[in-house]
Design a binder for this molecule. Structure first.
Ligand code: FOL
Length: 201
């Protein structure tokens, strides 16, 4: 099976969501990074795949979904096998069914495969050996959250932070280094840092 990359932004305590949306007021440049990275495919004739849970799909403003220039697969227990919707999104009954589709029908046309959340889908993906990499945006402030990423990324365990140069090579751009700030000078001022982690075998 192909390798999977998880992408997320989280608070220091790994909070990722609140009441069906992101915990922080929109971080424009951070979101632009998400879009750039998930769109950038390994070759011009393939599209990357973004796999998400149904609640994450619901959280994306209707005008932005399906996320453009990417094959969107939504996982929902209410789906039997795999079905294509009018809007071109693909719906699958489980993460396994989604990945099976990528491996079979997606052969040749699917590029990188990203899991974009939320907590339930991340948890299922972390249980798979194919999950090799996490692109984490570490938000420095704590925000109230009711959804948490089910893994604490810290040195010394099964996961290792990748150095910037290697991150640039994989991502395909010079990823902004160090502390990034948005909404500077307002009550919502938020700092964050782009990180990449890899599973060590
Ligand atoms: N990963 C990171 N790093 N940041 C996130 O905010 C994030 N969010 C999700 C998953 N992984 C993430 C899930 N939530 C959109 C909205 C919510 C969302 C994911 C994507 C969205 O509207 N995306 C548009 C961007 C439009 C814009 O530039 O504002 C897209 O085309 O990707």
């Amino acid at each position: 099976m192909r390798e999977l990359t998880l992408i997320l932004a989280s608070t220091p305590k790994m909070g990722i969501g609140l009441s069906g949306t992101l915990p922080w007021p929109s971080l424009k440049k951070e979101m632009a990074y998400f879009a750039r990275v998930t769109k950038r495919s390994p070759s011009p004739n393939v599209q990357n795949v973004v796999i998400m849970g149904r609640k994450t799909w619901d959280s994306i403003p209707a005008k932005f979904r399906p996320l453009p220039d990417r094959l969107n697969i939504v996982v929902s227990r209410s789906i039997g096998g795999v079905e294509k919707r009018e809007d071109k999104s693909l719906w699958a009954g489980s993460l396994e069914k989604a990945l099976q589709w990528v491996g079979e029908d997606g052969k040749g046309k699917a590029g990188r495969v990203f899991v974009i959340g939320g907590a339930e889908i991340y948890k299922a993906a972390l249980g798979l050996r194919e999950t090799r990499r996490v692109l984490l945006t570490r938000v420095e402030r704590e925000w109230e959250c009711d959804a948490v990423f089910p893994l604490e990324l810290k040195e010394g365990g099964e996961w290792q932070r990748v150095e910037q140069q290697k991150m640039d090579e994989w991502v395909g751009e010079e990823v902004p280094r160090g502390r990034q700030v948005e909404k500077e000078g307002t009550d919502d001022e938020t700092g964050y840092e782009f990180e990449m982690w890899e599973r060590v075998d």
